[in-house]
Design a protein around this ligand. Sequence first.
Ligand SMILES: [Zn+2]
Ligand SMILES: [Zn+2]
Length: 277
Amino acid sequence: MPLDSDFFVKFWGVRGSIPCPGPDTAIYGGNTPCVEIRCGSNVLIFDAGTGIRPLGNILAADNVRDVDLFLTHTHLDHINGFPMFNFLFDDKNQLKIWAGRREVWSSIKDIFEKFMAPPIWPLSIENLGAEIIFSDFEIGQVFSPKPGIIIRTVNLNHPQGAVGYRVDFSGKSICYVTDTEHAKDCRDQNILKLIEGADIVIYDASFTDEEYPNFVGWGHSTWQEGVRLCTDAGAQRLAVFHHLPGRSDDELAIIDSSVGVLLPGSVVAREGMVLAP
Ligand SMILES: [Zn+2]
Ligand SMILES: [Zn+2]
């Protein structure tokens, strides 16, 4: 039984762009973004990349019936696990899907109706067992999906946009800031404000500072920028996230040892890792 004050993040998918299983990614993992944040007995999920499939098995084993899913955006790597999320197939379950309002779509429900429909997928979203509720919010809004949980949101710099989240619970905070590109010579003020004094910051670190000049405009950032943001914002720990598909375990291990030196307690996120503020 979870304690009412339990608060932790568990990583189910840490890889950007496309799933990449194989011998070179076996340690850090090859599933696309999916992060579980438990607040007492409440389960929040951030993004529905392929990591959400194994998470579904744990939710079934724990008899979890009510889940809130927050999407950063709908690029394929952030929703491609959704059709195989077995939580959807049980009519005793309720899923609320939250997404920031965008000019590029009329509603998040509209996107899921298009994405989960024949001939792209054999089942349409109307024919699943679970009750699914869609909630479009204004980006920048602060809201409370469950008692005692505060969610803050900001817009991120990414093609078609993305939402950065901060979760405050039990006097602690975890931020999920992925799919964002930094400005060249200054910190992103929206992100600095969001992560101010946070305990854990999960950050898009697809590139290194050395690689970044070749990828300007791709909508992603660097692990070194994550360190600079956390330092300037007085945030405690960075979790390097959204690894490039081609980034091997050996390369990530080198980043892992460097990031902890620059900001103690910081790590490269890997599948199965649990961090508690
Ligand atoms: Zn992505
Ligand atoms: Zn994206």
